[in-house]
Design a protein around this ligand. Structure first.
Ligand code: SAH
Length: 255
């Protein structure tokens, strides 16, 4: 039997957002290394590097030494084509909810072509809506409904384990269905969309409401291909040009 390809595991990032307890960072690194994962990204950790992190990492200190410390989640996700937020089930978010084995299949399929990520939240507050809006789906561990909040590193262990089991069971994968856009290109599209909607006087920056968040959920329910992002941005540019030529709505004479 062919061996599972280690390159796939090397393309999976574990991103810990705003971790409060450095011990959890070390324990997460250990959880990852025991399952063959190595790419640890830390977004604004409260304390890092730290002796408690080193102690809890045991022989996974190399992952801590190589960890990428980022200021923003966008930075940690740059270059990835798929990111799932990991969170106990949330009713306030309109997005796809996957089980850990389903997420493992999706991540490993895409990891053949480009980096992918799992994003874990802060120990007390979990993932913010803003953080989740950068992800294309939610992975939930079906835990005891009366107490469903796992320790952060325990949640990393569960997901890392599922990824490894799925990886071991599939020595080969069908290629990814689409040439998915990288998340930094998708973020540039959202920024362009916001600017264009403001110029078109559809979005009022004085009372934006949740329009941009809702549009993000809309697009995150589909996988945008790189070519589709280019087309959408072309449409926005055409609309902006037409609007600039037509001038502000208030200056328009009634027909
Ligand atoms: N009170 C927080 C708990 C955070 S626990 C909350 O309600 O979100 C820290 C992190 O561990 C979470 O952000 C999530 O990434 C992960 N986690 C804990 N329990 C989980 C579960 N049942 N399913 C998926 N992720 C979980």
């Amino acid at each position: 039997m062919t061996q599972a390809d280690p390159k796939l595991l090397a393309n999976i990032r574990i991103v810990l957002a705003r971790t409060s307890h450095p011990g959890n960072i070390g324990a997460a690194a250990r959880a990852m290394k025991t399952m063959g994962l190595s790419q640890l990204y830390l977004v604004q950790p409260t304390l890092f590097p730290n002796s408690q992190a080193d102690a809890m990492a045991a022989s996974a200190g190399d992952l801590l030494a190589q960890a990428q410390v980022c200021i923003t989640l966008e930075e940690a996700l740059a270059g990835t084509v798929l990111a799932f937020g990991v969170s106990a089930r949330r009713r306030d978010i309109v997005t796809e909810v996957l089980t850990p084995p389903e997420a493992a299949v999706r991540l490993l399929t895409e990891a053949q072509a480009a980096p992918v990520a799992l994003v874990f939240g802060n120990e007390t507050s979990g993932l913010s809506n803003e953080e989740l809006s950068l992800c294309q789906g939610l992975v939930s561990i079906a835990a005891n409904p009366d107490y469903s909040s796992l320790n952060l590193a325990a949640a990393v262990q569960v997901l890392s384990y599922e990824i490894r089991q799925t990886w071991l069971q599939h020595p080969s994968w069908p290629p990814p269905e689409i040439d998915a856009a990288r998340l930094d290109d998708v973020e540039r599209f959202y920024a362009h969309l916001e600017t264009a909607l403001t110029e078109l006087e559809f979005l009022n920056q004085g009372s934006p409401g949740k329009l941009m968040l809702k549009l993000r959920w809309l697009f995150s329910r589909t996988r945008l291909a790189q070519e589709e992002v280019n087309i959408l941005r072309g449409i926005l540019t055409a609309a902006q040009t037409a609007k600039r030529l037509a001038g502000p709505l208030r200056d328009r004479k009634p027909e």
